[in-house]
Design a protein around this ligand. Structure first.
Ligand SMILES: [Zn+2]
Length: 222
């Protein structure tokens, strides 16, 4: 027997459609004014994010796997202006894909092979307490070694920058590194090659609300 209160609640819920809260997307500068950055991944360009670069389906079909950081301190998933149920969200420390990490590996394989998502977004964030250029206190195992390896590969560039800038650059490089790791999954590689899956790198600034998209340049495959 269903109580009147339960019926009323169900009725209220059925008429309610959750909408994402639009973050403040700042179109600060045209892409052409932002220099290409040279990395071991090739050249990439940082450009302001267009909020609708992944069009909403306006229906509860999960089309995006979002890989974000556990300490971002913000629901930055809203920057895409999609319905919450268009997105499958996986978070861990440093928004990282670590070989042998059953949780992230299963999330990627499930999203690609079972859900058939059309997009994977890796989103880093400035001010991250995990992905820092100069210190990695408390990190252990593969998380530590992967970030150490990334730092070693870009040491000459990173260590010349002031600390705040080097941390921001490192956050971007870490996003690119995870995109590269994603391509190691046969499921991801095949889907991306066939054109049924796109990978995207985004960096979010919690303080300003600016979201930046990392775009491929010559010699860079994102
Ligand atoms: Zn973080």
């Amino acid at each position: 027997m269903t109580s009147p209160l339960a019926r009323a609640s169900r009725s209220l819920l059925s008429s309610f459609r959750a909408r994402p809260i639009s973050a403040r997307i700042v179109h600060a500068a045209p892409c052409s004014t932002i220099a290409m950055e040279n990395t071991r991944f090739g050249k990439f360009e940082a450009a302001p994010l267009q909020a609708n670069f992944i069009p909403s389906l306006q229906q509860p079909t999960q089309q995006v796997l979002w890989i974000g950081c556990s300490d971002s301190g913000f629901q930055e998933t809203t920057i895409l202006d999609l319905l919450p149920d268009e997105m499958m969200v996986h978070r861990n420390i440093g928004n990282m894909i670590i070989e042998g990490d059953l949780s992230s590996e299963t999330a990627v394989r499930y999203a690609v092979s079972v859900l058939g998502v059309k997009h994977i977004v890796v989103c880093g964030h400035y001010g991250c307490q995990i992905v820092k250029a100069a210190s990695r206190n408390g990190l252990q195992g593969p998380w530590l070694s992967k970030l150490d390896s990334l730092h070693s590969s870009h040491k000459d560039t990173i260590d010349r920058l002031p600390e705040a800038e080097s941390d921001r650059a490192f956050v971007k490089l870490n996003v690119l590194d995870q995109l590269r790791s994603l391509r190691q999954f046969p499921e991801v590689y095949d889907a991306a090659k066939s054109g049924s899956l796109q990978l995207h790198g985004i960096v979010y600034d919690t303080h300003t609300g600016e979201a930046t998209r990392l775009l491929e340049g010559p010699g860079c495959r994102i």
